[in-house]
Ligand binder design. Sequence first.
Ligand SMILES: [Zn+2]
Length: 340
Amino acid sequence: MSKPRRLRALGFVALAIISAPVQAWGPQGHQAVGAIADQLIAGTPAGKNARKILGSSLQTASAWADCARAVELRNGQWLYTQTGVYADCRVFENPASEHALVDFVQRNASRCGGFSSSLQCRHKAYHFVDLPLQHPKYDPALPGTAPNDLVHAINACIVVLKGGASPAPFDIRGQREALRLLAHYVGDVHQPLHVGAIYLDEAGHPLDPATPQEAHDHGNAGGNQVQLEGKKLHALWDDVPDKIFKPLMTGPGATQARQVAATSGELSTWSAEWAGESTAQAAQVYAPLKLGKRTVTLGGAEWPATTAEPAYRLARAEMQQQQLVRGGARLAQILKALWP
Ligand SMILES: [Zn+2]
């Protein structure tokens, strides 16, 4: 699937891409993270609890937060609008599951419609944070962070899974909803372009934004407005080639994930830690690119990029593989910390 996976810009940029639901990683990336974690917690108390709460595998549950993006307000009614479109959402395409999706979106959207932004449609903002590349350490004071960003979203899921009340601005109800979301967001925090952001001036030179306004003025929606060989950079990094995906879904992925180091410190600090690491990875995503002058078309602002191939494609595959393995390992780490 090659389509914009993320949107949040205001105005005509949003209009141009509003019709396509947006996903993080491809569905394959999230499935791989879920499948690896499923294997790592099989037969443990974490595995038993997760299965009981979800009534499904983590692999299946990992798509749920993206399927929620297909819920829209139409003529005053909230509806699931993409029946039959996404294979990984099909399991949720029945009246009870669609009701659960609509219910979550209603509680977590102040206004989703023709014009969406991170503030107006909150749940879509839960999937990312835009840490400037110059700051590979999460700090909620940095431009590009928000109270409803991905780092906070992961922590909100953990609070609910521990039996606590959903911290604002999140409205997450019940352990099933929290675990479905967590299984997805832990994948997102390992996609470098969902976390580390390059901010660019008109000439295509990077800058370090000093204020949220400056970040807003110089952002590019996680590489969605950077074009490499006619494709959105973000989509290139979301798409996981089969040759990476298939081994990750079976033994080799879990074997590698067992080698991933335990995350130290309090559970509540882990998502920030991983976000810092992904920002450092995002710097490597952008380092080999030569960025050109911004152009403004009907589709919005765009920066062209060029790079040396096949070196970039090979480096991308390697980083995707590493990050998906880390994602699976760390989803399992959270669940084992919750249910030792
Ligand atoms: Zn996502």
